[in-house]
Design a protein around this ligand. Structure first.
Ligand code: GLN
Length: 242
C-alpha cells in the first residue's frame, strides 16, 4: 500500500521533507514498516505538491530512488506546506504518472492509501452520482483518481471534514472491506481519514505532520486510531470518530 505525508511548518526544501527522519517517506518507498493488503515496496512512482503563491506539483512514474529530479529539482524548491506520496499500484491498475498522488485542483491536494474493493463494479452507483463532465475528467482509471473526483465534488458544497466523511461513508457502504486512508490539504490545514490503514500525526506549535508511518523516534508522534478523521495545523490537532 502506498505511503503519504502532509507537512505544514518551517520552510524546507521538498526533498528535505521527503527525506526527513530515519524512516523517511523516501525510505518507506523501499522499506516501509507497515504494508497491508499486499505489496512490499512503493516503487510505482511518486509525487509531491507544494504551496507557494500557487499550488505546484511534480509527479513521476519511476521509483522515487531512481529519479534524478529529487536531488536536482526538488531539493531547490522550498515551501512551508508540502504533500508527497510514494505509490504501490494495486494489482490491475496502471503504472503511469497520471495515477500518482497527489491529485490537485485549485488550492487542494489529495492522496489515498488503500484500495476500493471490487473495483470498478462496486462503484457503479456511487459514480452515477457524479456529473458526466467530472467523470470525463477522471485523470487515471484508478480507485484513487475516482476518490479524488468524489471528494472534489463533495467539497463544492461542504467543509473538508464533511466531504471526507460523506465519501468514506458512501464508498465503504458500496464496497465493504475497502481501505480508505485519504489525505487532503489546502496549504494551511491538513485533513485525513483512517479506514483500515495506518496514520500517525506529529503536531507541535511550529509544525503539523500527518504521515502513514512515523518517520523518526520523536515522542510526540500519535498513532491515529482506525475509523477517525483528523484535522491538523501547527498547534492544532483534532481527531474525531468517522
Ligand atoms: N489503489 C491505489 C492505486 O493503485 C492506491 C494504492 C496503494 O495505496 N497502494 O494507486
Amino acid at each position: 500500500m502506498c505511503r503519504h505525508l502532509g507537512y505544514l511548518g518551517p520552510t524546507r526544501s521538498v526533498r528535505e521533507v521527503i527525506a526527513a527522519g530515519e524512516f523517511s517517506l523516501l525510505r518507506q518507498s523501499w522499506s516501509p514498516r507497515d504494508m497491508r493488503g499486499g505489496g512490499t515496496i512503493n516503487a510505482d512512482g511518486y509525487g509531491a505538491a507544494w504551496w507557494g503563491s500557487t499550488l505546484s506539483r511534480y509527479r513521476c512514474a519511476m521509483p522515487i530512488w531512481s529519479d534524478p529530479a529529487l536531488s536536482e529539482m526538488l531539493s531547490k524548491v522550498r515551501s512551508h506546506a508540502v504533500m508527497a506520496a510514494v505509490r504501490s499500484a494495486t494489482v490491475g491498475m496502471p503504472v503511469e504518472r497520471s495515477a500518482c498522488a497527489p491529485f490537485v485542483s485549485g488550492h487542494w491536494a489529495f492522496s489515498h492509501n488503500g484500495r476500493i474493493e471490487q473495483w470498478p463494479e462496486s462503484m457503479t452507483d456511487v459514480a452515477a452520482g457524479l456529473p458526466m463532465l467530472d467523470l470525463l475528467g477522471l485523470e487515471a482509471p484508478t480507485d484513487s483518481a475516482l476518490l479524488w473526483l468524489l471528494v472534489r465534488h463533495a467539497l463544492r458544497d461542504n467543509s473538508p471534514e464533511v466531504a471526507l466523511m460523506q465519501v468514506t461513508a458512501a464508498v465503504a457502504e458500496a464496497a465493504p472491506g475497502s481501505r480508505l486512508n485519504m489525505l487532503l490539504g489546502d496549504g494551511n490545514q491538513l485533513w485525513a481519514t483512517t479506514w483500515d490503514h495506518s496514520l500517525s500525526a506529529l503536531v507541535d506549535d511550529d509544525r503539523a505532520v500527518l504521515s502513514s508511518e512515523p518517520f523518526d523516534h520523536n515522542h510526540l508522534w500519535k498513532e491515529i486510531p482506525d475509523g477517525h478523521i483528523v484535522t491538523a495545523r501547527p498547534g492544532h490537532l483534532i481527531v474525531t470518530p468517522l
